[in-house]
Design a protein around this ligand. Sequence first.
Ligand SMILES: [Zn+2]
Length: 281
Amino acid sequence: MKIVPFPLKKSSNKGWKDVFSNPRPVTVESFKTGTVTLNMRGTLNPKHPNAGHIEDEDLEVPIMAHLVHHDDFGDYLLDTGLDASYCNDPRGNVRGIFSWIFTDEFQQEKDENIAYHLNKRGIKLEGVFLSHLHSDHMAGIRELPHDIQYVIGKGEKCLESKPFHYGGYFKGLEAIHEIDFSTVETMPPLGPSADLLGDGSLWAIHTPGHTKGHMSFLVNGLGGPLLLTIDACFIRENLERSVAPSSYTWNVERAQKSLDNILEFLREYPQVRVICGHEKP
Ligand SMILES: [Zn+2]
């Protein structure tokens, strides 16, 4: 599979205030594609000075995917969530000699998988933007069309390796497109932000920490701006306590910095609504 640069149009925006003064005909619908069990210790970094005492308790949270509909440009997915293979197998058909050690386990009810949600609505996708390459955010690729654009942030690595541990997520894809955030505008206080469709409607924001190439998204719709933090912020408590996650995290310090930027952004633009990575809106 080839990795090719994602073609970005030159954006004419002069910061978020300018972006929000020109909302676009774009809406979001969120789907639950399964459930994952997290622990509170790690969902909130227990070593953060603000953390206080964090209970060692399990937390059942949804695995989400978000459909963005643009009146002029069509339908795009932000993450895929899970395909139907998790309905009968919590490991979702992951194979390999070490799969029994490393594979995450998820739960899924019948008719929660991403293709079910899309088919039910008769959606024909134009493309998929993947916040990062963890299986709960990308496994759904396996049941989506292959002849559309799949886009990741540069630096994002897929941990698949045959014959040790592999889910075949990219099987059949010819290329994957990569956003190079060093070439896009820095939009304070969030940082490098890419105007994905070129009209200010949908933005990818570089929020490294959870993974190296992690992206959050901003949808600038007529109903007001909506920030999808994805895994820069797993649940509401990360925002409320200003404490980033530490589990499943590539770089805890960078993750905290990305969350701090988001918190500053939300203070500056209180009209922005937020959906965290593993909460049901
Ligand atoms: Zn993740």
